[in-house]
Structure formats: structure tokens, C-alpha cells
Design a protein around this ligand. Structure first.
Ligand SMILES: N[C@@H](CCC(=O)N[C@@H](CS)C(=O)NCC(=O)O)C(=O)O
Length: 410
């Protein structure tokens, strides 16, 4: 019996999670290879508001979140053994399902996709995510010291969720030296993925030999005067294409300034260049470059503190607050760079950071943002640079005391 149609791209371990869970209780899903460009279509969003895959489409229910889809299958049979038979085991399974999602998968997404060029790469953010994954692997490793399975003596939904959350880590970044640090996890993972039902849906998953490294995209060559001439079209261009080519070839009037900052005298410091330096290098290399190239006439440096630290609760919520602020600074990307951190612990944390801003004032693009009023922007004068260098370094490297999380605006 099939439970409905799972829609996703093939090879997604989250799909395998749901399929394996179904197979363990003798059920199945149909699978549809779902085109990426339809994930944001109004029809899809109406049913699946996150616009992400995998999803389950069925006459009884439409579901998103792969762990819920797997749970739908696992719980379709009464007293399903993979969901635990006592309320203690059920709670333990629930614990590991959440652990797989929030400690492994969520941090995996901040580590590996940026290395694969699927998400923006910000070195300290990627390194912090890698550390969080390793912390979770350390915890798992100690639990598995005396256990074959996480709950009870046979495979449960806990193992299905945890093992499938590890697949892309073991494929892309957990090479032998890292695997050796987490031997129990590696034994556990390889035992599970070699089980018949895991293999059926995950396929062969070789362990990582050479860990993925970030390769910065090659800079596009600026066309020279000669090569700027449009190439001879190989085929007869369509009228629409011709019009587009003509438009591209026509001399364009100089772009109108969109911001008062575009009218400032040109600066030798190109913010994009700094952002690339920061993203692609160790912070000590990047900061050395920064101070060698910083232009105090064209740019200013600001210490930024959240005004209502007393009201902050969970660290992840404080970090989301930074994310919200950055989202509202959309128009400032061309003119500003910032690193904002959460320090402290749950119910005792603070938000602070540093911004580098074009010009000598906080510009409209920043002070117009709804959350601006919640932050104090204090300018660091050039005479203070020397004394603040160490602190600025720590904010850029995410090495401040009590560091808990952070975000980079670039
Ligand atoms: N927690 C979700 C994660 C879903 C997710 O992030 N899906 C990715 C593909 S693996 C996606 O659809 N991304 C598209 C987007 O972020 O817009 C789950 O387990 O289903």
C-alpha cells in the first residue's frame, strides 16, 4: 500500500528517511522527481507554505518536514515497534528525532552547502557550524560507547533520523581523521547504512576520502574593448533576442545615483573586495588586508549594541533578531559590512557587533530600517583604531568572550 506521493529531487537523504521509515512498517510511498522551479509556484506554496522539498501529497493529508512525513508512515501501524513501545522509549525517540534535525541537519546546512557553492560562504560562520556539528558528534559518540542502537535493542525511528542526517556529512566532509575522532558514530552509521532497507533507499554511500574545500568562484573577466563587441551569432537570432542584443550594444546613459552615498568622492577601498577577502581567507589574513587598505575618509567603523539585551531570552532567538535586522537592511548591502554576535547563554545574552559603513554617517539605507532604533551605533574615530583593533578582530573572527552565535552582513 502506498501512503501518497513524496515529491523531491532524487538522492535527498531526507526522502530516504521517510521511505526507510515506511519500509520498516511494510508501507511505501510513490516518488515524484519534483522540478526545482515549481517549488515557489503559487499552487505549491498554497499547500506547502515553506516552498521546500520533500513534501508528501496524499488524499488524506499534505505534509512538509521530512521527519513528520517519516513519522506519518511509522505511526500508520498500531504499536509500531520503530516508535517504541513504552512512553519512555517514545520520548527518547522523539529526543533523537529533534537532535537529528536541530543539532545535526541544521548545522550541516550551514557547513556543507556553502562549501558546495549552494549557499553563500562566510568563513567564520562555516567554521562555527562545523564546530557545532562536531559537538553533536561528540555527544553522540559518548552515547554510542555502549550501544548499538539509540533506543532499545533494534532499529527505531531515532536511528533512521540520526543516520540519514549524517549521510551528506559522511559523504562530503567527515574524512578518516575526523571519523577517527568519532569512532562509535562511524561504526553506528556504517552498520545502519549497510542494512538492507537503508541501502535500498540510500544506495551506496562511500565514505569521504578528501573533504570538500571551499573554492572561491573565479572572477569574471571584464570584457576588453575588442572582446566587448558582441560575438557573431551562430544561428539566426530571434526578433526578441535581436532586440535584447541591440539594447545591450547601445551606449547606455550613466546610471543615476540611487543613494546619496553614490555621490561621495570615490574611495580606493572597494567594499566588495573586502567582502571577498573576508569570506575567502582566515580572519588574520583578511584583517591584515583590511587595515592595510582601509580608507578612513571614505568609510567609517561603528560599534553596534542592541539596546534591550535585558529582554533577550534564547540564544537562537537573539540570533534570529540579528537576521531580521539584516533582512531589513537590504538596500545597504552595497555600502556596509557588519559582523554581529550573540554572546552569553540562554536567558542571559547580548547582541553586539561592528559595522563598516561607506561615508562618515549612518546612512539612510540603515537608519530607515525598522529595527534601527533598537540599536546604538557608536562611531569609532580613527584615533581609536589602534586601541580597538584587537576587539574588532575578535568580532570579525567570532572569537569574543562568551561567543554563542552570529551573523555577517555582506
Ligand atoms: N527541515 C526540512 C528541510 C527542508 C529543506 O531545507 N529542503 C531544501 C532541499 S534539501 C529545500 O527545499 N530548499 C529550498 C529553499 O530553501 O528554498 C525537512 O526536513 O524537510
Amino acid at each position: 500500500m502506498t501512503l501518497g506521493v513524496l515529491k523531491s529531487y532524487p538522492g535527498n537523504p531526507n526522502v530516504a528517511k521517510a521511505q526507510i521509515a515506511a519500509a520498516y512498517v511494510g508501507l511505501d510511498y510513490d516518488f515524484e522527481n519534483f522540478p526545482k522551479d515549481q517549488m515557489k509556484s503559487p499552487d505549491f506554496i498554497a499547500k506547502f507554505p515553506m516552498g521546500k522539498v520533500p513534501v508528501l501529497s496524499s488524499p488524506s493529508v499534505d505534509l512538509f518536514e521530512s521527519s513528520a512525513i517519516g513519522f506519518y508512515a511509522a505511526s500508520a501501524k498500531e504499536n509500531s515497534p520503530i516508535l517504541g513501545l513504552t512512553h519512555i522509549d517514545k520520548a527518547l525517540i522523539f529526543q533523537w528525532v529533534l537532535f537529528a534535525e536541530s543539532e545535526i541537519s541544521a548545522n550541516y546546512r550551514e557547513w556543507v552547502p556553502p562549501l558546495r557553492g549552494i549557499r553563500p560562504y562566510v568563513k567564520p560562520a562555516v567554521e562555527a557550524a562545523a564546530d557545532r556539528v562536531k559537538r553533536a558528534l561528540g555527544a553522540l559518540n559518548s552515547v554510542l560507547e555502549t550501544k548499538t542502537y539509540l533506543v532499545g535493542e533494534s532499529v527505531t525511528y531515532a536511528d533512521i533520523c540520526v543516520a540519514t542526517s549524517l549521510v551528506n556529512l559522511y559523504t562530503f566532509v567527515l574524512d578518516k581523521p575526523i571519523r577517527d575522532q568519532f569512532k562509535n558514530v562511524t561504526r553506528y552509521y556504517t552498520t545502519l547504512i549497510n542494512k538492507e532497507l537503508f541501502k535500498k533507499y540510500l544506495g551506496e554511500r562511500p565514505l569521504c576520502e578528501t573533504p570538500l574545500k571551499y573554492t572561491p568562484p573565479k572572477k569574471e573577466k571584464k570584457p576588453t574593448a575588442v572582446s566587448a563587441a558582441p560575438p557573431t551569432p551562430k544561428k539566426e537570432a530571434t526578433p526578441a533576442k535581436k532586440a535584447q542584443e541591440e539594447e545591450e550594444a547601445a551606449p547606455k546613459p550613466p546610471p543615476k545615483p540611487k543613494s546619496a552615498l553614490d555621490l561621495l568622492p570615490p574611495s580606493p577601498l572597494k567594499l566588495d573586495e573586502w567582502k571577498r577577502m573576508y569570506s575567502n581567507n582566515d580572519t588574520d589574513v583578511a584583517m591584515k588586508w583590511f587595515w592595510e587598505n582601509f580608507d578612513p575618509e571614505g568609510y567609517s567603523i561603528w560599534k553596534v549594541d542592541y539596546k534591550y539585551n535585558d529582554e533577550l531570552t534564547q540564544v537562537f532567538m537573539s540570533n534570529n533578531l540579528i537576521g531580521g535586522f539584516f533582512a531589513r537592511l537590504e538596500r545597504a548591502h552595497k555600502y556596509a559590512f557588519g559582523s554581529m554576535l550573540v554572546t552569553g547563554t540562554n536567558n542571559n545574552n547580548a547582541i553586539s557587533g561592528y559595522f563598516v559603513i561607506r561615508g562618515q554617517e549612518v546612512p539612510f539605507e540603515i537608519y530607515d530600517a525598522a529595527d534601527y532604533e533598537s540599536y546604538n551605533f557608536v562611531k569609532i574615530e580613527p584615533s581609536q583604531y589602534e586601541e580597538k583593533k584587537d576587539e574588532i578582530y575578535k568580532y570579525m573572527a567570532w572569537e569574543v568572550d562568551g561567543f554563542a552565535d552570529g551573523k555577517v552582513f555582506k
